[in-house]
Ligand binder design. Structure first.
Ligand code: ATP
Ligand code: MG
Length: 259
């Protein structure tokens, strides 16, 4: 598969009152077209920072972002991005929240609504179209925020811990739902989570990250056939991958605690 997003020696240092803080060491990362790729790592390892850089919201201290082999460093609008906080606008209905990306991209309101309505109905938000976000459950809000990100017409979407705040039951429903969307929409997905099981269950490939400075410790392929029944999480292949991830994350921890 061709490479969709390439980070070429991307590094990030922040100026802080205490001096320069190195958040992300220069790193390389290649994400192939159509894949579901996760970044897993401890708090502060630079996952959201990398997303901000890929989305063009943050200028990296060094390196380049390539999208479809073109330099996209500091360019906004090339990827759909769902921030760590869902940021639905409380004064807009679910439908009008979902079309926000299309509106920003210049699509006429009527056309955007016509495109979004059947999708809201197909993807579990039937009956909620004209409600305001504050009357929705956490899972429903995340559905709306995710659909909005998908309807931003880009080949790549970045999802920063979309299910982090949900209870276990809702989370597993949302994972199934996301798999359905991914196979329908065929986008390249980069997904951030703290949950190793979630990363393995959803992904083709996981980049396990470490801290101080943020870096990629290891890239792990998930050669488990799709569709993946829930029971796959109990299989020896799954367990072996999980053990490797946890080993890497645990080995990175003493450095953090000593610091
Ligand atoms: N604007 C900034 N100025 C200074 N330091 C920053 C800035 N943004 C991020 N950092 C620091 O960079 C490091 C990486 O932050 P980032 O938010 O990318 O981590 P993360 O992996 O997303 O963590 P979490 O899992 O908690 O969301 C952290 O130590 C953070 O405090
Ligand atoms: Mg983060």
């Amino acid at each position: 598969m061709p490479v969709k997003v390439q980070l070429d020696r991307i590094g990030m240092a922040f100026a802080t009152p205490g001096g320069t803080f190195r958040a992300v060491a220069p790193l390389d990362l290649a994400i192939e077209t159509g894949r579901f790729v996760s970044l897993v790592g401890p708090s502060g390892c630079g996952k959201s920072t990398l997303f901000n850089v890929i989305a063009g919201l943050l200028q990296p201290t060094e390196g380049r972002v390539l999208i479809d082999d073109e330099d996209a460093t500091g360019t906004i609008g090339r990827v759909g991005y769902m921030l760590q906080k869902d940021l639905l606008l409380p004064w807009r209905t679910v439908l009008d929240n979902v079309i926000l990306g299309m509106e920003i991209q210049g699509k006429p309101l009527k056309q955007a609504r016509e495109r979004a309505l059947p999708l809201l109905r197909k993807y579990g938000l039937a009956g909620f179209e004209h409600l305001y976000p504050n009357s929705l459950s956490g899972g429903m809000r995340q559905r709306a925020a995710l659909l909005r990100t998908l309807l931003f017409d880009t080949d790549v979407i970045l999802l920063d811990e979309p299910f982090g705040a949900l209870d276990a039951q809702t989370k597993s429903q949302m994972q199934e739902w996301l798999m359905q969307l991914w196979s329908d929409f065929r986008k390249t997905v980069v997904f951030v989570t703290h949950d190793v099981d979630e990363a393995i269950y959803l992904s083709d490939e996981i980049h396990v990250m470490g801290t101080r400075p943020g870096r990629i410790l290891e890239t792990i392929q998930i050669p488990i056939a799709r569709p993946r029944p829930r029971a796959v999480t109990l299989s020896p292949d799954f367990t072996a991958i999980k053990e490797r991830c946890l080993q890497l994350l645990t080995a990175d921890r003493p450095a953090l605690e000593a610091a």
